[in-house]
Design a protein around this ligand. Sequence first.
Ligand SMILES: [Zn+2]
Length: 71
Amino acid sequence: MRVPDDAPPTCPVCGVAYDSVSEHDAGLMVNLLDNVAYRRVCFDPVILDGRAHVRFYHHTHRRVTGDGSEE
Ligand SMILES: [Zn+2]
């Protein structure tokens, strides 16, 4: 997955390493309950070329099962 060139080396929200960054310039729906790949996604708002964007910092962990346990 693409990581923006100006993204910091660690997550600007929680300060730990991340797996990937996605960048969005429009509204979107987030459903983390069904996300089996990432335990945590941090959201960081940024202004790029005068427009609001939000970056999602995806933190990889072992697969989560959705019931609070990990595989
Ligand atoms: Zn984070």
